[in-house]
Design a protein around this ligand. Structure first.
Ligand SMILES: *[C@@H]1O[C@H](CO)[C@@H](O)[C@H](O)[C@H]1NC(C)=O
Ligand SMILES: *[C@@H]1O[C@H](CO)[C@@H](O)[C@H](O)[C@H]1NC(C)=O
Ligand SMILES: *[C@@H]1O[C@H](CO)[C@@H](O)[C@H](O)[C@H]1NC(C)=O
Ligand SMILES: *[C@@H]1O[C@H](CO)[C@@H](O)[C@H](O)[C@H]1NC(C)=O
Ligand SMILES: *[C@@H]1O[C@H](CO)[C@@H](O)[C@H](O)[C@H]1NC(C)=O
Ligand SMILES: *[C@@H]1O[C@H](CO)[C@@H](O)[C@H](O)[C@H]1NC(C)=O
Length: 209
């Protein structure tokens, strides 16, 4: 009873405390933000906000990793970027944010070049999808996806095209902590783990349960 009450309270505060986000580049699967979004979509829904993987909006994206621009609407949030390979991805099992990021500020966050894992089995023309997850303080997570075609002959966005809004920053969470002592690192990890919850972590890391 008490637990159920606490969960409902957590869910309610989570809704209030979280702002939705958009993907500006590469083109997202579909708009899931605001009143013009299809009413069947919900960013709370894993893995891609309820947007089917068959809409066909694909962006050519560099084989070596391309740009990513997010439209953020919060004081701060954790960001996870996962990649799945194939045409209609069910398994976003490559993490592109290891460690994950902590981002601060409202507006556009543009990463010129997202780093891909070594030895990804991709070549010119390979299909894939990016899954972006933002995660709030209480473990509430929001999802959006963008579908891409890996291309040998396309570039990441130029400096002119890839502009981060004033006041918007990001930093890898664990890397920042490792500049402190080993004890501090362990403290941050434990704090993040307990705040986020194990189940949510399973989802954000794209593991199948
Ligand atoms: C996706 O493609 C469809 C069909 O071309 C188009 O109507 C829709 O606006 C596109 N969605 C986005 C988010 O660009
Ligand atoms: C939402 O999904 C239902 C059931 O598939 C469908 O009938 C309805 O047209 C959809 N609504 C919109 C706005 O696309
Ligand atoms: C972000 O925007 C929201 C809503 O407009 C506002 O409440 C919040 O204070 C803003 N946060 C920052 C860091 O500007
Ligand atoms: C990721 O998932 C795909 C499809 O399920 C599978 O073929 C591939 O081996 C997986 N890769 C890793 C690194 O888990
Ligand atoms: C992430 O950033 C926010 C705002 O600066 C901060 O309150 C929070 O503690 C940070 N989280 C971690 C794990 O560093
Ligand atoms: C791609 O991103 C890298 C890393 O930020 C940058 O050095 C390079 O100039 C970018 N390439 C293009 C064509 O913008």
């Amino acid at each position: 009873m008490a637990l159920a009450g606490a969960l409902v309270l957590l869910a309610t505060t989570a809704q209030l405390a979280t702002a939705h986000f958009g993907i500006e580049y590469p083109t997202w699967r579909d708009n899931t933000l605001g009143s013009t979004a299809n009413s069947n979509y919900s960013q709370w829904e894993y893995p891609c906000a309820g947007v089917p993987g068959t809409l066909g909006n694909r962006t050519d994206w560099p084989l070596t990793g391309g740009s990513l621009a997010l439209d953020l609407h919060h004081d701060w949030t954790y960001i996870f970027i996962n990649l799945g390979l194939g045409e209609n991805v069910a398994n976003f099992n490559y993490s592109l944010t290891d460690p994950f990021w902590n981002s601060t500020g409202n507006g556009t966050l543009c990463i010129p070049k997202v780093t891909l894992p070594a030895n990804l089995p991709i070549s010119d023309g390979s299909l894939g999808s990016l899954q972006i997850i933002t995660l709030g303080e209480k473990g509430q997570s929001l999802y959006n996806c963008a579908d891409i075609t890996f291309r040998a002959n396309v570039a990441n966005l130029t400096e002119e095209e890839c502009k981060t809004s004033p006041g918007v920053t990001y930093a890898p969470v664990v890397a920042a902590a490792t500049t402190k002592s080993a004890g501090a690192t362990a403290g941050v990890n434990t704090g993040v783990l307990s705040a986020v919850g194990l189940l949510t972590l399973l989802f954000v890391f794209g593991m199948s349960v």
